[in-house]
Design a protein around this ligand. Structure first.
Ligand code: LMR
Length: 329
């Protein structure tokens, strides 16, 4: 795969903005792993529409959904090598490229609602975190929402003891790994595109995701129960290859920034509705824990804040907790 990526990167270099003729459009390959009819899928299409409009056709955006080009880990390598120009990986996927701070968003119950999230991402913490990506050959352009995560398995997952001995698919985040270990379950990192089959064949027993991701991948068809836990959050950082971005003519970069600003607004406006609709569709198998069960889950997961402090940063965890305190939707 590395050889393939390298060859693709050489091709990408040959067609970088500085070498194309005046008439050739600048191509942005925007790769992602979810279905087109999700908040991220629709956000990417909106960006395409606006980017092509504002640059008067000087830029062409090609959107590749559903891991058609690359799976989770490969897409980040492909971006760093310049084989694709734009991605929107979830916060949980930046650890393997050396930016583990984004895993702060994986701490269970750290974000009580979307208003709390916005206070973090749109304030100084969010801006500072995007800057961390520069040294990894990427520029963080925006935060896009998906939504809050639910748990699924072939049994209801109401209490900590229900997780004991089950195997769960996770994204590549050490915080998520620790979360399932704390519950007595076995976490297994797996690419998003492989989850449906792994659930169907019993390679894993369960998983956590947003209703929109679960419904559009038909996971509810191979899981008897979804437990509406809202214990965690999935959101994205839209990233662009830094050399590509810095090499763009300033006017084009400005037009793309405007397109990104507007598509971010759009993506963040539709995310809650998309998830509510998907949840409605899956309701038949849905289980809503009682307040007491939720309290038991929160309590069971509390030690993670301390256990993960050395990975994510104690100061960052404290800052986020302080900023989100009292935020209401
Ligand atoms: C997952 O891997 O479960 C999600 O990050 C997929 C996505 O991009 O929403």
């Amino acid at each position: 795969m590395r050889k393939l990526l390298f060859a693709a990167a050489l091709c990408a270099l040959a067609f970088s903005p500085s070498t194309v003729s005046a008439e050739d459009p600048i191509v942005i390959k925007f790769s992602h792993v979810v279905a087109p009819n999700t908040p991220k899928g629709k956000g990417a299409e909106k960006f395409k529409e606006l980017a092509e409009k504002y640059t008067n056709g000087k830029v062409k955006v090609e959107v590749y959904p559903n891991s058609t080009l690359y799976k989770d880990k490969e897409e980040l390598e492909a971006l760093q090598l310049g084989a694709v120009q734009m991605l929107a990986p979830s916060n949980s996927k930046f650890g393997p490229v050396g930016v583990k701070e984004f895993e702060v968003f994986d701490l269970p119950y750290i974000l009580p609602n979307l208003a709390a999230l916005r206070k973090v991402t749109e304030g100084p913490i969010g801006k500072r975190m995007l800057k961390l990506l520069d040294s990894k050959g990427m520029v963080g352009l925006a935060y896009w929402d998906n939504g809050f995560k639910e748990m699924s398995a072939n049994k209801p997952l109401r209490m900590p003891a229900d997780y004991q001995g089950l195997k769960f698919r996770i994204q590549s985040s050490k915080v998520l790994e620790a979360q399932f270990r704390l519950l007595g379950a076995t976490p297994q990192v797996m690419a998003f595109s492989e989850v449906y089959q792994a659930l169907q064949t019993g390679v894993v027993d369960g998983q956590e995701n947003t209703p929109s991701n679960m419904y559009t991948q038909k996971m509810h068809e191979v899981q008897k129960y979804t437990t509406i836990t809202n214990h965690g959050y999935i959101g994205y950082v839209v990233v662009v290859n830094k050399a590509f971005w810095d090499g763009l003519p300033a006017d084009v970069r400005g037009q793309l920034e405007k397109a990104m600003l507007e598509s971010t607004k759009y993506a963040n406006e539709i995310s809650a509705k998309e998830n509510a609709e998907a949840l409605e569709e899956m309701k038949k198998s849905g289980k809503i824990p009682t307040a007491a069960e939720t309290t038991a889950m929160r309590k069971a997961m509390e030690p993670l804040y301390q256990d993960m402090a050395s990975r994510v940063g104690k100061n960052l965890i404290d800052e986020v907790t302080k900023v989100t305190l009292g935020a209401t939707n």
